[in-house]
Design a protein around this ligand. Structure first.
Ligand code: ADP
Ligand code: ZN
Ligand code: ZN
Length: 732
């Protein structure tokens, strides 16, 4: 950073408007330091009271004076030695702030990602365990040394990982048990080579790839829906578009839903391009993050792969964005700035004037309607790669084939499992519930154990011998006695989770080698990679998993998929429930029969006549989507109408309810705009805050954001109340 202390003569001063990374402050004006010109996008430090804070120059030329006259402006204190944020990035910040009603500072913070990324310096100091045992070995020290085996990071990161205080780590450094290592930050990322191993594409793939290559070469904004059944080879197709972007000297960005699952994807990328892409996700160590951010900002990172936040990095020469598995719900951010990464990706592509590819086998209704409206181009891959057949899907009517008491797998599914494993093939059981049992109930008094902070049952995890809340992470030992009536030994586990299904398999197929695939067993890219290798090596016969297994995996000998409870997602009265169930089951079914052998899918259901189940069994996706789309149209629901949630929360339930009613009563009278609620929000109690939701419904052409801005801008609420707006909420 260069600091400027010369004050300059007043006549020479000009004014810049700076957005500071401080919540609750609007843009502030500063004087440019003597004689120096600053450009929009430059990252600076400015004085605020006694402190210096980081900000970005937003406007620099011909600024109208404000109440503060030029002579009294304080000067910018320093300018970071970094390229200015490119114009499309600044426009993106403005668009996201406007559209999602978020403060500019909050959006800008995603662009700058971490203040530490900004500091210069070619090296950073990290710490790691040496193997020396300190003379004084307290329990905390022992815990730290045990947990930090093979890890490296800043003191703060190590302390967090080991669940000890910073001072424990510092003490270990003094005692020689942890040492400092210098990490180079300017080592280069090897560039991917577009000519490394080009694939031989099938004709459908080749024509889609040619279209995308042309689009990338020509530039110009255009969204593409790359719509191909599971196993059709969409990845190879968009890899060609990436190759084109790299050949042209530009950058490409690939958004993936869950970074823990990208290991197989990374291997394919490396096989195709001879070098890995640069990864961006929340689990990066601070030094890795700093290095990746700089590589993105300098253009050195030619291909970035990341979770949704990678969208905000200041790429200087972005030529292509790909959203892989674009239907995934994890692209919707539900806290902080509540944005949908799929939609922001399209906007970023528009601002950048480049193509964007949404790749999925199960497009969202919103995306399909954009194709119908002619806004998105449609690239279809109707059959699987290499002549593989799509699996057959059958419903198992649980009313006719009930499992024995205390069991969850029906006789037809058990028989199919036996046959499959007997042939030496592999199978997958899908149940979207982590842990052993979703509910713990007292047999004597009927009490159900609930999280004290959330509207959620405590879920039993037998492997950990604890009850856990899946919303906030609160956990406790399984009590011996009922917390309500104090009877001992009366608590029973109700319903199955994946761990319980694993127990059942152990009882009925004792020789089967099984693995549980859930976010608490597969929580890192390394774990995911280990799982993939052991399935490929046939060390595992049967996978039992939550929604994590629905994604991306390709196992040629996996020929049977059993859906333990196909009705699970259908309750709850959410208008999106059928669509989500359809997508999820299609995706998990898509794991079967991807090689030369045909696949079979069994759906256990109590309502085989439900439209979703019938559509899955008959394979009539078009019919299903047409009916769902028609129902959205009839109710003027998205994308035929607009929705926004206003979430009012407080630690005090009555305060939240009162504030929500007050806000509801002040709703503007605008033709077509209706306000539903307040009602308890989808997560009515979350991390100790009671949440009420008002749902604003409006026609498609109404500027809902302006209406809400005007409405909330007039109101005041008590200090303990927080109000957040969720534009285009996921559930409605
Ligand atoms: P999708 O993402 O559409 O479900 P994938 O891209 O995962 O499908 O492709 C399915 C499988 O087919 C993968 O193992 C992939 O490596 C293979 N594959 C697809 N296209 C080709 C190709 N042109 N040449 C060789 N293998 C291919
Ligand atoms: Zn009881
Ligand atoms: Zn909780």
């Amino acid at each position: 950073m260069s600091r400027d202390t010369s004050s300059g003569r007043p006549g020479q001063r000009s004014r810049v408007r700076v957005i500071v990374l401080q919540q609750g402050l609007g843009p502030l004006d500063y004087a440019t330091p003597g004689g120096r010109r600053l450009e929009p996008g430059q990252i600076v430090q400015v004085p605020l009271g006694p402190r210096l804070i980081t900000g970005v120059v937003w406007e620099a030329d011909r600024l109208p004076a404000t109440e503060v006259d030029d002579a009294r402006l304080r000067p910018v204190a320093g300018v970071y030695d970094l390229p200015p944020l490119p114009a499309p990035v600044r426009r993106l910040v403005e668009w996201v702030a406007d559209y999602y009603l978020a403060p500019h500072a909050a959006v800008l913070r995603m662009v700058l990602a971490s203040a530490s990324a900004l500091d210069g310096g070619r090296t950073s100091i990290e710490y790691r365990v040496t193997g020396v045992i300190p003379e004084r070995l307290t329990p905390q020290r022992a815990q730290a040394l045990e947990r930090l085996q093979g890890r490296q990071g800043l003191v703060r990161e190590l302390a967090t990982a080991a669940e000890v205080s910073d001072s424990v780590i510092r003490g270990l450094v003094k005692a020689g048990a942890i040492e400092a290592v210098e990490v180079a930050l300017d080592t280069r990322f090897p560039p991917p080579d577009p000519g490394h191993a080009p694939p031989l594409l099938e004709s459908g793939q080749a024509s889609a790839a040619a279209t995308l290559r042309h689009a990338v070469a020509a530039r110009g904004f255009q969204p593409y829906l790359l719509d191909g059944v599971t196993g059709s080879g969409k990845t190879e197709v968009y890899f060609e578009a990436i190759a084109e972007a790299v050949e042209k000297g530009g950058q490409a960005l690939v958004l993936v839903p869950e970074i823990a699952l990208t290991e197989p994807w990374l291997r394919r990328f490396e096989a195709r391009f001879g070098a890995p892409p640069v990864a961006w996700h929340s689990d990066l160590r601070s030094t890795e993050r700093r290095r990746a951010w700089r590589a993105a900002a300098s253009g050195e990172a030619r291909v970035m792969v990341g979770a949704r936040s990678a969208l905000f990095l200041p790429y200087p020469d972005l030529r292509l964005i790909v959203v892989d598995e674009a239907h995934e719900t994890s692209f919707k951010q539900e806290e902080g700035v509540m944005y949908h990464a799929r939609d922001v990706a399209v906007m970023r592509a528009q601002l950048q004037n480049v193509p964007v590819v949404l790749a999925t086998a199960t497009p969202a209704i919103e995306t399909r309607v954009q194709v119908e409206r002619g806004r998105y181009a449609h690239l279809e891959l109707p059959s699987r790669y290499g002549g593989a057949e799509l699996p057959t899907i059958e419903a198992v009517d649980m009313r006719r084939f009930p499992p024995p008491p205390g069991r969850w797998l029906s006789p037809p599914l058990v028989r199919a499992l036996e046959e499959t494993l007997g042939r030496g093939d592999q199978a997958l059981l899908f149940l979207n519930r982590r842990g052993y049992a979703p509910l713990t109930l007292c047999r004597t008094c009927g009490h159900r154990i609930e999280c004290p902070n959330c509207t959620a049952w405590m879920v039993e995890h037998r492997l950990l011998r604890r009850l856990q809340c899946h919303q906030c992470g609160h956990s406790m030992p399984v009590p011996d006695a009922c917390p309500e009536c104090q009877s001992e030994g009366t608590l029973v586990a109700c319903g199955p989770g994946v761990e319980r299904i694993a127990d059942e398999i152990a009882a009925i197929l004792p020789d089967a080698r099984t693995a549980i695939v859930a976010s608490d067993t597969i929580w890192s890219p390394a774990k995911a990679a280990a799982l993939v290798s052991s399935v490929e090596a046939h060390e595992i016969d049967l996978l039992i998993g939550t929604q994590l297994v629905t994604k991306g995996y390709h196992f040629p000998d996996l020929t049977l998929v059993g859906v333990v409870d196909a009705d699970l997602g259908l309750g709850g009265g959410d208008l999106r429930a059928s669509e989500r169930t359809f997508q999820q089951i299609q995706q998990v079914a898509g794991r079967a029969g991807r090689g030369q052998k045909p696949g079979r899918v069994l759906l256990q259901t109590h309502q085989p006549e439900a439209p979703v189940i019938e559509a899955l069994v008959s394979g009539d996706s078009e019919g299903f989507y047409a009916a769902e789309t028609e129902s959205r149209r009839r109710h003027a629901m998205p994308p035929y109408g607009r929705l926004a949630g206003i979430i009012v929360s407080s630690e005090d339930q009555r305060e939240a309810a009162a504030a929500a009613r007050m806000i509801g009563a002040a709703a503007p009278r605008i033709e077509g705009l209706t306000v539903l609620g307040p009602a308890p929000a989808p997560l009515a109690l979350l991390r100790g805050r009671h949440r009420q939701r008002l749902l604003v419904h409006a026609p498609r052409n109404l500027d809902v954001q302006s209406a809400i801005r005007g409405w909330l801008g007039e109101l005041e609420w008590p200090r303990g109340v927080r109000v957040a707006v969720d534009v285009d909420p996921y559930s409605f």
